[in-house]
Design a protein around this ligand. Structure first.
Ligand code: AKG
Ligand code: FE2
Length: 256
């Protein structure tokens, strides 16, 4: 049986999950743990935009992902891919490593240059590092200061074509069921209208002061699910002793 601990620092509660037996052969205790864990993740994501957890046995990441996919009711867009710190010279010039190398990655949403970025991003440490931070910022803080209208009017475009296209997009886009999508990535999107430029600059200026939650994928099994339509994330600088850090990343939800 694979035991998980779902733990949200802001929640102050710890839920134990038994995943291996789901959905079959559940005794009542396991069923309860599963339900509690599902609720904990769902509520934490709704309230805080992220949920950290720990996979005690990093043996079944596939199960972990299909569990999250069930709980969040989103399909797996892409399964685990390994990320390791890479020197600028060894990486594609149009990737974060190519631009920032072992340095800090700026706050961003993943695939902000796509018309529809995936809803959730999951990071799980295979080899953790206590000295590399994963800062997270809630876009609600920015929206409250800059204004919904200004951000919704702000037209942006990918800096380079994505599948041959340079679509016009908005920093804040209303989506079905009252959900909205906030996209941010200074390195992959650019403003294309006066309103776009003004809102873009406001985000750049305010981001410095935005309250951050600093998570740390510090040991094998440390993991976090992030609402990629709401939260921005980054990566702290990687010191010499952390170059063997290995984080796996997966996405949930449609993306296009
Ligand atoms: O290495 C990490 O912790 C995350 C990196 C990241 O955010 C990215 O490559 O988009
Ligand atoms: Fe990212």
């Amino acid at each position: 049986m694979t035991l998980w601990i779902i733990e949200n620092p802001t929640f102050k509660s710890v839920e134990r999950l038994a995943l291996e037996t789901y959905p079959y052969q559940m005794d009542q205790g396991i069923q309860k743990a599963y339900e509690n864990g599902s609720v904990a993740i769902f509520e934490a994501l709704n309230r805080y935009g992220y949920c950290s957890f720990e996979c005690l046995q990093y043996a079944t990441p596939e199960k972990a992902l299909s569990f999250l996919s069930d709980v969040l009711n989103e399909r797996i867009f892409s399964t685990w891919a390994a990320l390791t710190p890479t020197a600028k010279s060894d990486a594609s010039p149009v990737s974060y490593s190519g631009m920032f190398g072992y340095g800090e990655f700026p706050l961003h949403s993943d695939m902000a240059n796509w018309k529809m970025p995936p809803r959730y991003l999951v990071l799980m440490a295979k080899r953790g590092s206590p000295s590399v931070q994963t800062p997270i910022v809630d876009s609600a803080w920015l929206v409250a200061r800059i204004g919904k209208t200004e951000l919704t009017r702000a037209l942006v475009q990918p800096r380079r074509p994505v599948r041959g296209m340079l679509p016009l997009m908005r920093l804040l886009e209303p989506r079905a069921s009252g959900q909205s999508l906030f996209r941010w990535d200074q390195t992959f999107i650019k403003p294309v209208s006066p309103a776009g430029k003004s809102a873009f600059d406001s985000v750049v200026n305010l981001l410095e002061q935005a309250p951050r939650f600093n998570f740390c994928l510090d040991k094998a099994g440390s993991a976090i699910v992030i609402d990629n339509w709401r939260m921005l994330h980054g990566r702290g600088a990687v010191a010499k002793d952390s170059k063997d850090r290995e984080v796996h990343r997966a996405y949930l939800g449609e993306a296009a």
